[in-house]
Design a protein around this ligand. Structure first.
Ligand code: SPV
Ligand code: MG
Length: 434
Protein backbone atom coordinates (compact mmCIF):
# COMPACT_ATOMS: atom_id res chain seq x y z
CA UNK A 1 0.00 0.00 0.00
CA UNK A 2 1.27 3.46 -0.83
CA UNK A 3 2.12 5.78 2.05
CA UNK A 4 -0.61 8.19 1.03
CA UNK A 5 -3.26 5.51 1.64
CA UNK A 6 -1.90 4.45 5.00
CA UNK A 7 -3.18 5.73 8.30
CA UNK A 8 -1.48 6.26 11.61
CA UNK A 9 -3.33 6.64 14.90
CA UNK A 10 -2.21 8.54 17.97
CA UNK A 11 -3.94 9.71 21.11
CA UNK A 12 -3.61 13.05 22.86
CA UNK A 13 -5.21 14.81 25.78
CA UNK A 14 -4.17 18.06 24.16
CA UNK A 15 -4.43 20.25 27.25
CA UNK A 16 -0.91 21.52 27.34
CA UNK A 17 0.39 21.24 23.84
CA UNK A 18 4.19 20.91 24.04
CA UNK A 19 7.36 19.77 22.33
CA UNK A 20 6.62 16.13 23.10
CA UNK A 21 3.33 16.26 21.22
CA UNK A 22 4.88 18.13 18.28
CA UNK A 23 7.59 15.48 18.13
CA UNK A 24 5.07 12.62 17.92
CA UNK A 25 3.02 14.38 15.25
CA UNK A 26 6.09 15.19 13.16
CA UNK A 27 7.15 11.55 13.33
CA UNK A 28 3.65 10.32 12.53
CA UNK A 29 3.54 12.33 9.30
CA UNK A 30 6.27 10.12 7.88
CA UNK A 31 4.03 7.06 7.93
CA UNK A 32 0.67 8.16 6.57
CA UNK A 33 -2.50 10.10 7.21
CA UNK A 34 -2.81 11.11 10.84
CA UNK A 35 -5.86 10.17 12.88
CA UNK A 36 -5.84 11.75 16.33
CA UNK A 37 -7.96 10.27 19.11
CA UNK A 38 -8.52 12.99 21.69
CA UNK A 39 -9.09 11.60 25.14
CA UNK A 40 -12.51 12.65 26.41
CA UNK A 41 -13.00 13.86 29.98
CA UNK A 42 -14.35 10.40 30.93
CA UNK A 43 -11.32 8.65 29.46
CA UNK A 44 -8.95 10.92 31.39
CA UNK A 45 -10.58 10.57 34.79
CA UNK A 46 -10.09 6.78 34.52
CA UNK A 47 -6.39 7.34 35.21
CA UNK A 48 -5.70 11.00 36.03
CA UNK A 49 -7.23 14.43 36.69
CA UNK A 50 -9.91 16.04 34.60
CA UNK A 51 -8.19 17.87 31.72
CA UNK A 52 -8.05 21.58 32.35
CA UNK A 53 -9.82 22.47 29.10
CA UNK A 54 -13.03 20.97 27.72
CA UNK A 55 -12.96 18.44 24.87
CA UNK A 56 -14.13 21.00 22.33
CA UNK A 57 -11.53 23.54 23.39
CA UNK A 58 -8.74 20.95 23.23
CA UNK A 59 -9.89 19.77 19.83
CA UNK A 60 -9.77 23.31 18.45
CA UNK A 61 -6.37 23.89 20.02
CA UNK A 62 -4.96 20.80 18.26
CA UNK A 63 -6.57 21.74 14.96
CA UNK A 64 -5.05 25.20 15.20
CA UNK A 65 -1.59 23.93 16.20
CA UNK A 66 -1.10 21.13 13.66
CA UNK A 67 -1.42 20.87 9.94
CA UNK A 68 -1.97 17.70 7.93
CA UNK A 69 -4.44 16.03 10.24
CA UNK A 70 -6.71 13.62 8.44
CA UNK A 71 -9.24 13.03 11.21
CA UNK A 72 -9.87 14.00 14.81
CA UNK A 73 -12.08 11.69 16.80
CA UNK A 74 -12.91 11.25 20.49
CA UNK A 75 -11.26 8.41 22.38
CA UNK A 76 -13.81 7.66 25.06
CA UNK A 77 -11.80 5.20 27.15
CA UNK A 78 -8.17 4.78 28.13
CA UNK A 79 -8.36 1.51 26.21
CA UNK A 80 -7.80 1.99 22.44
CA UNK A 81 -9.74 -1.09 21.33
CA UNK A 82 -12.93 0.58 20.14
CA UNK A 83 -11.24 3.22 17.96
CA UNK A 84 -8.64 0.80 16.61
CA UNK A 85 -11.32 -1.65 15.49
CA UNK A 86 -13.33 1.10 13.91
CA UNK A 87 -10.51 2.71 11.91
CA UNK A 88 -8.09 -0.21 11.55
CA UNK A 89 -5.03 2.07 11.23
CA UNK A 90 -1.85 0.70 9.67
CA UNK A 91 0.16 2.15 12.53
CA UNK A 92 -0.19 3.38 16.07
CA UNK A 93 2.48 5.76 17.29
CA UNK A 94 3.32 6.40 20.96
CA UNK A 95 6.21 7.55 23.13
CA UNK A 96 8.21 4.63 24.54
CA UNK A 97 7.39 5.71 28.11
CA UNK A 98 4.32 3.48 28.20
CA UNK A 99 6.28 0.25 28.52
CA UNK A 100 6.06 0.64 32.26
CA UNK A 101 3.39 1.74 34.72
CA UNK A 102 -0.37 1.87 34.28
CA UNK A 103 -0.12 2.12 30.47
CA UNK A 104 1.73 -1.19 30.07
CA UNK A 105 -1.53 -3.14 29.88
CA UNK A 106 -2.94 -0.73 27.32
CA UNK A 107 0.16 -1.14 25.16
CA UNK A 108 -0.13 -4.94 25.18
CA UNK A 109 -3.76 -4.67 24.07
CA UNK A 110 -2.87 -2.23 21.28
CA UNK A 111 -0.25 -4.65 19.91
CA UNK A 112 -2.80 -7.49 20.02
CA UNK A 113 -5.44 -5.47 18.17
CA UNK A 114 -3.02 -4.24 15.49
CA UNK A 115 -1.96 -7.83 14.75
CA UNK A 116 -5.49 -8.62 13.55
CA UNK A 117 -4.99 -6.56 10.38
CA UNK A 118 -1.21 -6.59 10.20
CA UNK A 119 -0.79 -3.15 11.79
CA UNK A 120 2.39 -2.04 13.53
CA UNK A 121 3.22 -0.15 16.71
CA UNK A 122 5.79 2.60 16.33
CA UNK A 123 7.49 3.79 19.46
CA UNK A 124 9.62 6.88 19.57
CA UNK A 125 11.89 7.95 22.43
CA UNK A 126 9.95 9.87 25.05
CA UNK A 127 10.78 13.58 24.86
CA UNK A 128 12.82 14.19 27.97
CA UNK A 129 13.34 17.41 29.90
CA UNK A 130 9.65 18.20 30.07
CA UNK A 131 9.03 17.46 33.74
CA UNK A 132 5.32 16.77 33.53
CA UNK A 133 4.22 17.70 37.02
CA UNK A 134 6.21 20.94 37.05
CA UNK A 135 4.89 21.83 33.67
CA UNK A 136 1.39 21.02 34.71
CA UNK A 137 1.54 23.31 37.75
CA UNK A 138 2.82 26.23 35.69
CA UNK A 139 0.29 25.51 33.00
CA UNK A 140 -2.57 25.54 35.50
CA UNK A 141 -1.27 28.72 37.13
CA UNK A 142 -1.33 30.61 33.88
CA UNK A 143 -4.47 29.11 32.33
CA UNK A 144 -7.01 29.13 35.13
CA UNK A 145 -9.51 31.77 34.14
CA UNK A 146 -12.82 32.27 35.94
CA UNK A 147 -14.76 30.64 33.11
CA UNK A 148 -12.60 27.55 32.79
CA UNK A 149 -12.74 26.96 36.55
CA UNK A 150 -16.48 27.51 36.65
CA UNK A 151 -17.33 24.88 34.04
CA UNK A 152 -15.19 22.18 35.65
CA UNK A 153 -17.79 21.09 38.20
CA UNK A 154 -20.41 20.31 35.58
CA UNK A 155 -17.81 18.52 33.47
CA UNK A 156 -16.83 16.42 36.49
CA UNK A 157 -20.46 15.59 37.23
CA UNK A 158 -20.83 14.43 33.63
CA UNK A 159 -17.93 12.03 33.75
CA UNK A 160 -17.50 10.75 37.33
CA UNK A 161 -19.64 8.39 39.34
CA UNK A 162 -19.34 10.68 42.33
CA UNK A 163 -17.70 14.07 42.66
CA UNK A 164 -15.73 14.55 45.89
CA UNK A 165 -15.50 17.97 47.46
CA UNK A 166 -13.47 18.85 50.54
CA UNK A 167 -13.67 21.94 52.71
CA UNK A 168 -10.82 24.44 52.71
CA UNK A 169 -10.89 27.64 54.75
CA UNK A 170 -7.61 29.01 53.46
CA UNK A 171 -5.56 28.83 50.26
CA UNK A 172 -3.06 26.34 51.69
CA UNK A 173 -5.96 23.95 52.25
CA UNK A 174 -6.97 24.62 48.65
CA UNK A 175 -3.45 23.66 47.57
CA UNK A 176 -3.75 20.33 49.36
CA UNK A 177 -6.99 19.67 47.48
CA UNK A 178 -5.41 20.74 44.20
CA UNK A 179 -2.30 18.59 44.52
CA UNK A 180 -3.17 15.44 46.46
CA UNK A 181 -3.84 12.19 44.63
CA UNK A 182 -4.00 8.54 45.52
CA UNK A 183 -2.50 5.99 43.17
CA UNK A 184 -2.11 3.24 45.70
CA UNK A 185 -5.35 1.42 44.92
CA UNK A 186 -6.36 0.08 41.53
CA UNK A 187 -7.90 3.35 40.40
CA UNK A 188 -6.54 6.87 40.40
CA UNK A 189 -8.30 9.10 42.89
CA UNK A 190 -8.29 12.73 43.95
CA UNK A 191 -10.55 15.41 45.39
CA UNK A 192 -12.46 17.28 42.73
CA UNK A 193 -12.87 20.66 44.34
CA UNK A 194 -13.28 22.93 47.32
CA UNK A 195 -16.22 23.53 49.66
CA UNK A 196 -16.35 27.07 50.94
CA UNK A 197 -18.17 26.42 54.20
CA UNK A 198 -19.99 29.05 56.27
CA UNK A 199 -19.09 27.04 59.38
CA UNK A 200 -15.36 26.83 58.78
CA UNK A 201 -15.07 30.32 57.26
CA UNK A 202 -16.64 31.65 60.46
CA UNK A 203 -14.89 29.38 62.96
CA UNK A 204 -11.46 30.03 61.48
CA UNK A 205 -12.07 33.71 62.21
CA UNK A 206 -13.29 32.99 65.74
CA UNK A 207 -16.93 33.70 64.91
CA UNK A 208 -20.09 31.61 65.23
CA UNK A 209 -21.77 30.19 62.14
CA UNK A 210 -24.71 32.58 62.37
CA UNK A 211 -23.96 35.05 59.57
CA UNK A 212 -21.91 37.33 61.84
CA UNK A 213 -19.29 36.86 59.16
CA UNK A 214 -20.96 38.62 56.24
CA UNK A 215 -21.28 37.21 52.73
CA UNK A 216 -19.27 40.04 51.15
CA UNK A 217 -16.21 39.25 53.29
CA UNK A 218 -16.59 35.58 52.47
CA UNK A 219 -16.86 36.17 48.73
CA UNK A 220 -13.94 38.62 48.75
CA UNK A 221 -11.42 36.24 50.25
CA UNK A 222 -12.05 33.75 47.44
CA UNK A 223 -9.79 35.81 45.20
CA UNK A 224 -6.87 34.61 47.36
CA UNK A 225 -7.99 31.01 46.98
CA UNK A 226 -8.42 31.40 43.24
CA UNK A 227 -5.03 33.01 42.79
CA UNK A 228 -3.24 29.77 43.66
CA UNK A 229 -5.65 26.92 42.86
CA UNK A 230 -7.37 25.56 39.76
CA UNK A 231 -10.13 23.22 40.92
CA UNK A 232 -13.81 24.18 41.10
CA UNK A 233 -15.35 25.64 44.24
CA UNK A 234 -18.85 25.29 45.69
CA UNK A 235 -20.02 28.20 47.80
CA UNK A 236 -22.17 27.74 50.91
CA UNK A 237 -24.39 30.83 50.83
CA UNK A 238 -26.61 29.91 53.80
CA UNK A 239 -30.09 31.05 52.71
CA UNK A 240 -28.61 33.55 50.25
CA UNK A 241 -30.08 36.56 52.06
CA UNK A 242 -33.33 38.17 51.03
CA UNK A 243 -35.14 37.59 47.76
CA UNK A 244 -34.10 41.09 46.67
CA UNK A 245 -30.41 40.36 47.19
CA UNK A 246 -30.08 36.94 45.57
CA UNK A 247 -29.42 38.14 42.05
CA UNK A 248 -26.42 40.23 43.12
CA UNK A 249 -24.91 37.31 44.98
CA UNK A 250 -25.36 34.96 42.03
CA UNK A 251 -23.80 37.42 39.58
CA UNK A 252 -20.79 38.02 41.82
CA UNK A 253 -20.15 34.35 42.45
CA UNK A 254 -20.43 33.35 38.82
CA UNK A 255 -18.32 36.25 37.62
CA UNK A 256 -15.36 35.33 39.81
CA UNK A 257 -15.45 31.67 38.73
CA UNK A 258 -17.38 29.87 41.49
CA UNK A 259 -18.95 26.70 40.05
CA UNK A 260 -22.03 26.26 42.21
CA UNK A 261 -23.94 27.88 45.03
CA UNK A 262 -25.87 26.04 47.71
CA UNK A 263 -28.90 27.81 49.13
CA UNK A 264 -30.66 26.42 52.20
CA UNK A 265 -34.36 26.74 53.00
CA UNK A 266 -34.01 28.29 56.47
CA UNK A 267 -34.89 31.82 57.55
CA UNK A 268 -34.05 34.15 60.43
CA UNK A 269 -30.86 34.20 62.44
CA UNK A 270 -29.46 30.85 61.58
CA UNK A 271 -27.61 28.39 63.67
CA UNK A 272 -25.52 25.56 62.37
CA UNK A 273 -27.55 22.55 61.24
CA UNK A 274 -25.51 20.14 63.32
CA UNK A 275 -26.62 21.65 66.67
CA UNK A 276 -28.84 19.24 68.55
CA UNK A 277 -31.44 21.82 69.60
CA UNK A 278 -33.09 23.21 66.47
CA UNK A 279 -36.19 24.52 68.27
CA UNK A 280 -35.44 28.09 67.14
CA UNK A 281 -34.77 27.15 63.51
CA UNK A 282 -37.45 28.16 61.05
CA UNK A 283 -37.92 26.88 57.54
CA UNK A 284 -38.74 29.24 54.72
CA UNK A 285 -42.09 28.83 52.96
CA UNK A 286 -41.95 26.66 49.87
CA UNK A 287 -43.09 29.60 47.74
CA UNK A 288 -40.52 32.05 49.00
CA UNK A 289 -37.63 29.61 48.67
CA UNK A 290 -38.78 28.54 45.20
CA UNK A 291 -38.79 32.21 44.26
CA UNK A 292 -35.14 32.48 45.36
CA UNK A 293 -34.24 29.50 43.18
CA UNK A 294 -36.04 30.97 40.21
CA UNK A 295 -34.25 34.31 40.64
CA UNK A 296 -30.93 32.51 40.98
CA UNK A 297 -31.40 30.51 37.78
CA UNK A 298 -32.67 33.54 35.90
CA UNK A 299 -29.66 35.64 36.87
CA UNK A 300 -26.87 33.23 36.05
CA UNK A 301 -25.04 33.82 32.79
CA UNK A 302 -24.72 30.15 31.92
CA UNK A 303 -26.13 26.91 33.22
CA UNK A 304 -22.58 25.71 33.86
CA UNK A 305 -22.98 27.60 37.12
CA UNK A 306 -25.08 25.27 39.25
CA UNK A 307 -27.84 26.16 41.70
CA UNK A 308 -28.16 23.57 44.45
CA UNK A 309 -31.15 23.61 46.80
CA UNK A 310 -30.51 22.40 50.33
CA UNK A 311 -33.31 20.81 52.32
CA UNK A 312 -33.34 21.33 56.06
CA UNK A 313 -36.62 19.45 56.71
CA UNK A 314 -34.86 16.44 58.21
CA UNK A 315 -32.65 18.68 60.37
CA UNK A 316 -35.70 20.29 62.01
CA UNK A 317 -37.48 16.93 62.35
CA UNK A 318 -40.23 17.52 59.79
CA UNK A 319 -39.80 14.10 58.24
CA UNK A 320 -39.28 12.55 54.84
CA UNK A 321 -42.64 13.42 53.27
CA UNK A 322 -42.13 17.13 53.87
CA UNK A 323 -38.59 16.81 52.48
CA UNK A 324 -39.90 15.08 49.33
CA UNK A 325 -42.61 17.70 48.85
CA UNK A 326 -40.01 20.46 49.04
CA UNK A 327 -37.50 18.63 46.85
CA UNK A 328 -40.11 18.33 44.09
CA UNK A 329 -40.98 22.03 44.30
CA UNK A 330 -37.37 23.21 44.37
CA UNK A 331 -36.52 20.97 41.46
CA UNK A 332 -39.51 22.33 39.51
CA UNK A 333 -38.32 25.86 40.32
CA UNK A 334 -35.05 25.06 38.53
CA UNK A 335 -32.57 23.68 41.09
CA UNK A 336 -29.90 21.60 39.37
CA UNK A 337 -29.23 19.36 42.36
CA UNK A 338 -30.75 18.69 45.77
CA UNK A 339 -28.75 18.52 49.00
CA UNK A 340 -30.64 16.57 51.62
CA UNK A 341 -29.05 17.36 54.98
CA UNK A 342 -29.24 15.15 58.05
CA UNK A 343 -27.70 15.08 61.50
CA UNK A 344 -28.48 11.43 62.21
CA UNK A 345 -25.49 9.21 62.81
CA UNK A 346 -26.37 6.79 60.02
CA UNK A 347 -27.31 7.52 56.41
CA UNK A 348 -30.61 5.55 56.70
CA UNK A 349 -32.84 8.61 56.66
CA UNK A 350 -31.24 10.19 53.57
CA UNK A 351 -31.27 6.82 51.81
CA UNK A 352 -35.00 6.48 52.52
CA UNK A 353 -35.49 9.96 51.13
CA UNK A 354 -33.42 9.11 48.05
CA UNK A 355 -35.39 5.94 47.37
CA UNK A 356 -38.64 7.90 47.28
CA UNK A 357 -37.26 10.88 45.41
CA UNK A 358 -35.77 8.64 42.70
CA UNK A 359 -39.33 7.74 41.68
CA UNK A 360 -40.33 11.37 41.20
CA UNK A 361 -40.46 12.88 37.74
CA UNK A 362 -38.69 15.86 39.32
CA UNK A 363 -35.72 13.80 40.48
CA UNK A 364 -32.41 15.65 40.43
CA UNK A 365 -28.97 14.28 41.37
CA UNK A 366 -28.40 14.32 45.10
CA UNK A 367 -25.74 15.84 47.34
CA UNK A 368 -24.67 14.39 50.71
CA UNK A 369 -22.78 16.06 53.56
CA UNK A 370 -21.74 13.13 55.75
CA UNK A 371 -20.52 15.11 58.78
CA UNK A 372 -22.79 13.31 61.26
CA UNK A 373 -22.60 9.91 59.56
CA UNK A 374 -18.90 9.66 58.57
CA UNK A 375 -18.86 5.88 58.24
CA UNK A 376 -20.84 5.97 55.02
CA UNK A 377 -18.74 4.85 52.04
CA UNK A 378 -18.78 6.75 48.77
CA UNK A 379 -19.85 3.56 46.94
CA UNK A 380 -23.00 3.40 49.12
CA UNK A 381 -23.80 7.01 48.26
CA UNK A 382 -23.46 6.23 44.55
CA UNK A 383 -25.76 3.23 44.89
CA UNK A 384 -28.40 5.43 46.48
CA UNK A 385 -28.48 8.14 43.82
CA UNK A 386 -25.94 10.60 45.24
CA UNK A 387 -23.68 12.30 42.73
CA UNK A 388 -21.77 14.71 44.96
CA UNK A 389 -20.28 14.31 48.41
CA UNK A 390 -19.08 17.23 50.51
CA UNK A 391 -16.64 16.63 53.37
CA UNK A 392 -17.67 19.89 54.95
CA UNK A 393 -15.36 20.73 57.86
CA UNK A 394 -12.60 18.15 58.04
CA UNK A 395 -9.52 20.24 57.28
CA UNK A 396 -10.49 22.79 59.92
CA UNK A 397 -11.18 20.16 62.58
CA UNK A 398 -7.90 18.39 61.83
CA UNK A 399 -5.80 21.55 61.84
CA UNK A 400 -7.36 22.93 65.00
CA UNK A 401 -6.44 19.79 66.92
CA UNK A 402 -2.92 19.89 65.55
CA UNK A 403 -2.45 23.60 66.38
CA UNK A 404 -3.85 23.11 69.87
CA UNK A 405 -1.59 20.15 70.66
CA UNK A 406 1.48 21.98 69.37
CA UNK A 407 0.72 25.09 71.41
CA UNK A 408 0.11 22.97 74.51
CA UNK A 409 3.35 21.04 74.10
CA UNK A 410 5.53 24.11 73.59
CA UNK A 411 4.02 25.63 76.71
CA UNK A 412 4.50 22.44 78.71
CA UNK A 413 8.07 21.71 77.57
CA UNK A 414 9.22 25.33 77.57
CA UNK A 415 10.78 24.69 74.18
CA UNK A 416 9.69 23.53 70.69
CA UNK A 417 11.86 20.43 70.18
CA UNK A 418 9.20 17.90 71.31
CA UNK A 419 6.72 19.27 68.79
CA UNK A 420 9.06 19.19 65.80
CA UNK A 421 8.30 15.60 64.79
CA UNK A 422 4.61 16.32 64.40
CA UNK A 423 5.14 19.30 62.14
CA UNK A 424 6.12 19.74 58.51
CA UNK A 425 9.69 21.05 58.23
CA UNK A 426 10.32 24.66 57.23
CA UNK A 427 12.23 23.39 54.20
CA UNK A 428 9.23 21.35 53.03
CA UNK A 429 6.82 24.19 53.49
CA UNK A 430 9.04 26.50 51.46
CA UNK A 431 9.33 23.87 48.70
CA UNK A 432 5.60 23.26 48.77
CA UNK A 433 4.75 26.87 48.21
CA UNK A 434 7.43 27.48 45.64
C1 SPV B 1 -21.14 24.26 56.45
O1 SPV B 1 -20.14 23.59 56.29
O2 SPV B 1 -21.11 25.45 56.77
C2 SPV B 1 -22.47 23.67 56.24
C3 SPV B 1 -22.67 22.25 56.49
O3 SPV B 1 -23.39 24.40 55.94
S1 SPV B 1 -23.21 22.10 58.12
O4 SPV B 1 -22.16 22.60 58.99
O5 SPV B 1 -23.47 20.70 58.37
O6 SPV B 1 -24.42 22.89 58.28
MG1 MG C 1 -23.03 26.40 56.30
Amino acid sequence: MKKKNKTIYLTLVGDNFNLGHANIINNAKKYGKIIIGIMTDSACVEYTSLPHFSYEYRKNLILKSCRNIYKIIPQKTLDYTYNLNKFKPNYVIHGDDWKIGYQKKIRTKVIKQLKKWGGKLIEIPYTKNIPFSENRKQFLQSNTTADVRKTKLKRLLNCKKIVKILEAHNPIGGLIIDNLSNNSEKKYDEFDGVWCSSLTDSSSRGKPDNQSLDLTTRVNWLSEMFEVTSKPLIFDADNGGSVEHIKFLIRRLEKIGVSAVILEDKIGIKQNSLFQDQSKTKLDTINNFSKKIKIATKNRVSDDFLIIARLESLIVGQGINEAIKRANKYSKAGADMILVHSKKNTPNEIFKFAKKFKKSKFFKPLVAVPSAYPSVKEAQLVKNGFKLVIYANHLLRASYLSMFETAKNILKNKRAKESEKKMISIKKIIELIE
